[in-house]
Design a protein around this ligand. Structure first.
Ligand code: LLP
Length: 382
């Protein structure tokens, strides 16, 4: 399939804005469902942090995905979008009392707990609300990932999860608590991972931990391996739908699941990344000393990934087919890091041209800010 920009419709909207291709999102969701359902016990939760556009969320809910939330705000957003509470998991190192109460009151499927003090608070609050909280422990597996350092999460130096050495102790504590039901283990080693060996290393670690627990007579109902599958930012059109077949097959082959055990995934970027593009107009083309700048009306307030992670996004001029020239593509924000990319080959560009910054469906609109008193970008889905 091809990513087609409906240029006429796009021209009608005030730039900058996010455009989401409904067909591509639908096909991606259907592909995930098809590939995961080859294995009867695989369950996919959409990692809501990647994109909470209400129409994106409700389509994902209609396709029967679960939701992985990291705040009370996300829980409210997914309930509103139609996700059932019993398909919501709630992670995060710093859950507030109010957020925990919301999770308990609405009856979410599971709290992914990241520390002993958090476990104690959940037990207390569940006692006060006369309910039982399902709890999985997020274990820091000390497994590296071939990705940007800022989005690696599974190393001992990261703030996430409970260390493997403390695992037995916290499980024993949980088993003693009256208002806690211990259900399993949770992991997440990082994001934008394209090397399957990283996921294999995680599987091996989980196998070791599971053997250890089993020797102590502890059985896990479910294992949650988080998300992390990356997308092709360089050549999105070649790989509009990530290789979910290989991804799920990797886990099926390398993880020793026990009979009746469920395997949960929390996929964000790979679900929504390729369906979105940031659409912007060229305000000015400016001749610099040794280069030309294409100055857009979008800036890092609309898409912060290049400034924050040196992330690469393919940039295209949708309204020109003149021969290509080189430009530094920049935004209007008063900061030198407000650069989308340097030395980019674009069809010759002039004021008013429409520019697409591709693969921006994940961690784009949701990470926008109002710095410089700018308006938040809107998102349209068609
Ligand atoms: N589960 C947990 C516990 C997570 O922390 C994350 C992402 C996910 C699942 C989803 O990971 P994904 O499938 O999307 O890789 N803003 C950064 C990415 C931060 C990811 C944070 N955690 C970026 O723009 O690259």
């Amino acid at each position: 399939m091809n990513y087609q920009f409906p240029l006429e419709r796009l021209s009608a909207y005030q730039t900058p804005f996010y455009y989401y291709d409904l067909d591509l999102l639908t096909q991606t969701l259907d592909c995930i469902t098809k590939e995961a359902s080859r294995y009867g016990n695989f369950h996919v939760h959409y990692a809501v942090k990647a994109n909470v556009n209400p129409r994106v969320l409700s389509l994902i809910a209609q396709k029967n995905f679960g939701a992985d939330c990291v705040s009370g705000g996300e829980i409210e957003a997914v309930l509103k979008a139609g996700f059932p509470a019993n398909k919501i998991v709630f992670a995060g190192v710093g859950k507030s009392d109010k957020e925990i109460r919301l999770g308990l009151r609405t009856g979410i499927a599971c709290f992914n707990v990241e520390s002993v003090p958090e476990l104690e608070v959940i037990n207390q609050l569940a006692q006060r609300q006369h309910c039982i909280a399902n709890v999985a422990f997020r274990i820091n597996p000390n497994v590296g990932a071939h990705t940007h350092a800022n989005i690696t999460t599974g190393l001992a130096e990261n703030k996430f999860g409970i260390s493997m050495n403390d695992m037995d102790k916290v499980i024993d504590m949980a088993l003693q608590m009256k208002n806690i039901k211990f259900t399993g283990l949770h992991f997440h080693i990082g994001s934008q991972i394209l090397v399957m060996d990283d996921f294999i290393a995680l599987c091996q670690r989980i196998n070791e931990l599971q053997d250890k627990l089993e020797a102590r007579g502890i059985h896990l109902e479910n294992i949650n391996v988080g998300g992390g599958l990356g997308i092709d930012y360089k050549q999105p059109d070649k790989n509009l739908i990530p290789d979910f077949a290989t991804y799920f097959a990797t886990y099926a082959e390398h993880l020793n699941l026990r009979k009746g055990q469920e395997l949960h995934f929390e996929l964000g970027r790979s679900v929504v990344g390729q369906c979105g593009a940031l659409i912007s107009r060229v305000l000015y083309v400016k001749q610099g000393t040794n280069k030309q700048f294409a100055i857009l009306d979008a800036g890092f307030t609309d898409l912060i990934r290049p400034a924050l992670y040196h992330a690469h996004h393919l940039i295209e001029n949708l309204s020109s087919d003149a021969p290509k020239k080189r430009y530094d593509v920049v935004g209007p924000i008063c900061e030198s890091t407000d650069v989308f990319d340097k030395n980019v080959k674009l069809n010759e560009t002039k004021r008013g041209d429409i520019i697409a910054i591709r693969s921006a469906g994940a961690y784009g609109e949701i990470m926008a800010s109002q710095y410089n008193c700018r308006k938040l970008p809107k998102g349209y889905l068609f």
